[in-house]
Every structure is written in structure tokens, then in C-alpha cells.
Design a protein around this ligand. Structure first.
Ligand code: T3D
Length: 264
């Protein structure tokens, strides 16, 4: 494991594990952590050795959003340009996570608040410890949901629940989040990392092209018509069907053995 201080990085068996690491501040984002996380997601795009990403947090929290110590109005000066900070720091990372054609698993180990909650919701498969909570904390400080939260909450939950969560900042338990379809599973705290690592490892051992195209397809469904989606399924299945991994998958099935996918 290498330690670049604000994000711990470990690549093993195709899984790039990224651990937000400012536990004294509940892993809230300062500029260093923003840049370190973004650099590692970019690496996941560029490096064929990375076949899945696992995102989690150090200590008792997952991420408390922006470090408000860096926004202290008592220090004086003009109001910060939050449009600029969103465009510079949050939006590129969110886009990278969504555009990455490799599975991103998120293990929410504790409270996920503000942009921290919404970065978790942008990941592909989210497991959360039963004691974890998701909080749209923005309403408490006069801000609006960012890091894609207004988009993902409205799509996942519909307007009534999305508005209630965003306007009240009421904490949502991991179990409630799972029951509402915000996340995949709420698991016992003690089992979280083992379960998340097993899941990420199994995804990393899967067929990279097929999984990447599947992510693209499912994300496109939100805005496509059925006709457009059927055409897209045809085209991506054609592409998947030409891969060596598809031939390996079918051969392994017929030979009653485990497939060995190479990403080709
Ligand atoms: O600015 C821009 O660029 C725009 C983008 C904004 C994106 C955003 O995310 S805005 C939303 C920012 N986040 C929040 O408003 C959440 C603030 N935190 C909390 O409400 C609470 O800490 C929690 C509900 C998350 C957890 O509560 P609790 O009681 O479990 O922990 P705590 O005691 O409040 O926090 C523990 C420590 O972490 C504490 O430090 P201390 O007193 O022990 O030295 C606390 O100050 C620190 N901490 C928690 N959240 C933040 C933080 N420090 C800086 N920034 C934080 N966001």
C-alpha cells in the first residue's frame, strides 16, 4: 500500500482500493484530497491493470463533503465562488466516475454527508455499514445538493423523497437507503470491508469489456427511448460478441471450468 496522505491507494488483483484518509475531519474534502482522488480515478481509466475500483473511507466516517474549515467566513475576504470550486473540483471527479467503463464499488463505512453522500451515490454498486447514514447536509448551511445529488436523488427516489431529503437534511440510515434503492445493500459493520473486497475482486475477475459496456448501457437508459436503447443493445452486443472474452466465457461454460478473462 502506498500512502499519498489524503487518499490511501492499494492495487491488488485488479482492484484499485482508494481510501479517503482525513479521518479527523470525517474525510471531508480539501484541495489535496480532491486532486488525489481525481488522479486515481483517472489512473483507473488509463491503466489496464485496474479492472475495478473500491472506494471507502478511513476511520468512523466515509466523507463529510467539503471541508468547511476551508470556507470559514470569519477569515474575511470576498465570498468564495462555489460555482468555480464545483467546476474545478467536484464535477470532473463525478464525470470521471460515471464515464469510467469499469465497475466502481463504494463501501460506505460511516456517515456520508453533503458531497460525500452524493459521490457514494455516483458509484456503481454501493454497500454501506448498518450504522452508516446518508445526509443531504447542504440545507443546513444554505447550499443546494451538488456532486450530482439533485440528479441521482430525483432519478432514484422520485421528486417526493428527493425533495424531502434535500430540504430537511434528515439522515437516512443504510437500511432505509437499501430499502429505497439508493444503495445495493446494508451490511453488518464488521462484514463491510470483507464483503466489498470480495465483490470488487469478483468484478475485477469478470470480462472487462462486457462489464464496461453494460455500465454504459444502463447509464444511457435514463435518457434513451426504448427504440434507441434497443439499437444500443444491438450495437454493444455486436461489439461484445467479437471479444476474445466472450469466446472464453462460452468455451469455459462448455468445458465446465472457470473462465479466465483477459480484457480482449
Ligand atoms: O465549498 C464548495 O466548494 C462547494 C461544495 C460543497 C459540497 C458540500 O459537501 S457542502 C456540505 C458540507 N458538509 C456538511 O455540511 C457536513 C458537516 N458535518 C456535519 O454535519 C457532521 O460532522 C456530520 C453529521 C457529518 C457528523 O456528525 P458527528 O456528530 O458524527 O461528527 P462531528 O463531531 O460533527 O465531526 C467530527 C469532526 O469532524 C469534528 O472535528 P473536531 O471537533 O473533532 O475537531 C468536525 O468539526 C469535523 N468535521 C465534520 N464534517 C466536517 C468537519 N470538518 C470540516 N468540514 C466538514 N465538512
Amino acid at each position: 500500500m502506498t500512502d499519498n496522505t489524503s487518499v490511501l491507494v492499494d492495487l491488488a488483483q485488479g482492484v484499485l482500493q482508494l481510501t479517503l484518509n482525513r479521518p479527523d475531519k470525517l474525510n471531508s474534502f480539501n484541495e489535496d484530497m480532491h486532486m488525489a482522488l481525481r488522479a486515481q480515478i483517472q489512473r483507473a481509466h488509463d491503466d489496464d491493470a485496474v479492472r475495478a475500483v473500491l472506494l471507502t473511507g478511513a476511520g468512523r466516517g466515509f466523507c463529510a463533503g467539503q471541508d468547511l474549515g476551508d470556507r470559514d467566513p470569519r477569515k474575511g475576504g470576498p465570498a468564495p465562488d462555489l460555482g468555480h470550486t464545483i467546476e474545478t473540483f467536484y464535477n470532473p471527479t463525478l464525470r470521471l466516475i460515471r464515464d469510467l467503463e469499469k465497475p466502481v464499488v463504494c463501501a460506505v463505512n460511516g456517515v456520508a454527508a453533503g458531497a460525500g453522500a452524493n459521490i457514494a451515490l455516483a458509484c456503481d454498486i454501493v454497500l454501506a455499514a448498518k450504522t452508516a447514514k446518508f445526509i443531504q447536509a447542504f440545507a443546513k448551511i444554505g447550499l443546494i445538493p451538488d456532486a450530482g445529488g439533485s440528479w441521482s436523488l430525483a432519478r432514484i427516489l422520485g421528486e417526493p423523497r428527493a425533495k424531502a431529503l434535500a430540504l430537511t437534511a434528515v439522515p437516512v440510515t443504510a437500511q432505509q437507503a437499501a430499502d429505497w434503492g439508493m444503495i445495493w445493500q446494508a451490511v453488518e459493520d464488521a462484514d463491510l470491508m470483507a464483503q466489498a473486497q470480495t465483490l470488487a475482486a469478483s468484478l475485477a475477475a469478470g470480462p472487462p469489456l462486457g462489464l464496461g459496456l453494460t455500465k454504459r448501457l444502463i447509464q444511457a437508459a435514463a435518457t434513451n427511448s426504448l427504440d434507441a436503447q434497443l439499437d444500443m443493445e444491438r450495437d454493444l452486443q455486436q461489439q461484445a460478441g467479437r471479444s476474445a472474452d466472450y469466446a472464453e466465457g462460452v468455451t469455459a461454460f462448455l468445458e465446465k471450468r472457470k473462465p479466465e478473462f483477459k480484457g480482449k
